[in-house]
Write a protein that binds this ligand. Sequence first.
Ligand SMILES: Nc1ncnc2c1ncn2[C@@H]1O[C@H](COP(=O)(O)OP(=O)(O)O)[C@@H](O)[C@H]1O
Ligand SMILES: O=c1ccn([C@@H]2O[C@H](COP(=O)(O)O)[C@@H](O)[C@H]2O)c(=O)[nH]1
Length: 207
Amino acid sequence: MLIIGVSGGTGCGKTTVVDQLVADLPKEAVSVLSQDFYYKDLGHMSREERSRVNFDHPDSIDFDLMLSQIKELQAGKGIDCPCYSFVEETRLAETLRIEPKAILIVEGILVFHPPALRDLFNLKLFIEADTDERLLRRMRRDLSERGHDLDKSIQRYREVVKPMYDAFVAPTRSCADFIVPNYDHKPANTRWLSRMLQSEIQQHGVS
Ligand SMILES: Nc1ncnc2c1ncn2[C@@H]1O[C@H](COP(=O)(O)OP(=O)(O)O)[C@@H](O)[C@H]1O
Ligand SMILES: O=c1ccn([C@@H]2O[C@H](COP(=O)(O)O)[C@@H](O)[C@H]2O)c(=O)[nH]1
């Protein structure tokens, strides 16, 4: 199994780039794991307490579970991974079945942070967009999809998102094999990678 890590700051376009790659590859050859699936279960907290959690600090992610599930996939076993609701700010009761395939893409702001996870990747991509563009994309998404209001979104960005990006995300840029630009209305070029992965699949099969 080839494991590809995709990271970069909030709003840089990780999901967009991963979707592009998935669309270019046979669906029986690729599965995707998002770091977002592994936000810790906060069901024991009130709404008010959950809204004060720092979701940009590595401690907010259950990396032990994430690592053990990736290792299960590597061993050829399917996993039931947790589902997370951004609107409820906690884990949902349902799980998502993911089967092992030839290529596993793992994406998230902090996936290059823990050395044990970083070392599992055969290829590391860091997606890059200007900071102001990332902020605008994030605000639009927070308001339209994640149930935040403008004040909450601005406050979180200032107090948590930006400082945590500087402390934990930006330093991992240098460990990436490729920096992939994804600027405003100039979609990232991922054709080279799709072609490389297609030839890998042809040589080694889909599982
Ligand atoms: N090159 C681009 N130009 C304009 N908007 C983009 C571009 N890439 C992504 N977006 C938009 O920005 C938002 C955040 O992108 P997304 O892929 O979810 O980022 P991430 O997963 O890194 O947080 C989405 O609404 C997406 O459609
Ligand atoms: O309940 C939550 C959990 C996380 N977030 C924010 O999500 C981003 C990471 O996701 P991206 O898709 O990479 O933007 C992180 O910056 C958290 O602040 C949230 O808003 N609510």
